[in-house]
Design a binder for this molecule. Structure first.
Ligand SMILES: Cc1cc2nc3c(=O)[nH]c(=O)nc-3n(C[C@H](O)[C@H](O)[C@H](O)COP(=O)(O)O)c2cc1C
Length: 204
């Protein structure tokens, strides 16, 4: 296993930009481990976690973006509590990021429309289930009408999925970084306060 870069005390100020750069790169790289983080929400009594695809990173806005069916449990929970958590882990580099964010759900608005246009037809199909995600069905393929699964399906036919398409836009307010190392783990937390990242080294 390659040894991760050791950080010195002066590196604290440099880390947030490096971490954002890594997240930004993950969006365009299907094999990047940060491209499929765990996204956590709560109904105020218990937490609920699932893997999502990181679809967009906007460093200036501190945005992490994912897509969901608007009828999914995670969207329902975001309606109860906007605070959501993202968990990223890179096993090769042994780096973990735990990110806290306020998350807005965009359905049938300009942001949803922009992302829907970018979505390949094969992916639009995922939002065309005639019942909400998690509903029980008779057979595994029953969720989507057969004509929408045809190879020649058109954008017009798949337009029924648009109203179920949600863009989850998380504005990050805290990043916790953990670097595992045989020479001693390193951990730091960064809070967005007074328009800057304010960092602290932590006991790992
Ligand atoms: C690799 C992978 C990527 C996934 N990407 C997404 C995604 O981008 N958006 C999404 O809503 N679900 C995605 N899922 C499915 C979710 O993990 C989850 O099963 C689904 O969203 C229902 O979750 P919920 O009922 O808690 O909302 C993905 C699952 C896997 C295994």
């Amino acid at each position: 296993m390659t040894n991760p870069i050791r950080r010195s005390v002066d590196d604290l100020g440099l880390l947030p930009a490096e971490l954002w750069c890594e997240l930004e790169q993950a969006v365009g790289k299907p094999a990047h481990p940060f491209r499929t983080p765990v996204f956590g929400t709560t109904n105020l009594f218990e937490c609920s976690i699932r893997v999502v695809v990181l679809r967009q990173v906007d460093v200036a806005k501190r945005w992490l973006v994912a897509y969901s069916d608007a009828r999914a449990q995670k969207v329902h929970q975001l309606g109860l509590c906007q605070q959501a958590h993202w968990l990223f882990y890179d096993p090769a580099r042994r780096t973990q990021l735990r990110i806290s964010s306020g998350t807005m759900v965009h359905v049938n608005d300009a942001i949803a429309a922009e992302h829907w246009q970018k979505l390949p037809l094969v992916s639009r199909r995922n939002y065309c289930a005639n019942q909400p995600p998690g509903s029980d069905i008779h057979a595994p393929g029953d969720a989507i009408a057969p004509e929408l699964k045809a190879a020649k399906v058109t954008a017009k036919q798949l337009e029924v999925g648009y109203e179920n398409f949600a863009v989850l836009v998380s504005t990050v307010d805290q990043i916790e970084w953990l670097q595992l190392s045989d020479e001693g783990h390193q951990r730091a937390v960064f809070n967005w306060t007074a328009a800057r990242w304010s960092g602290l080294w932590l006991v790992p």
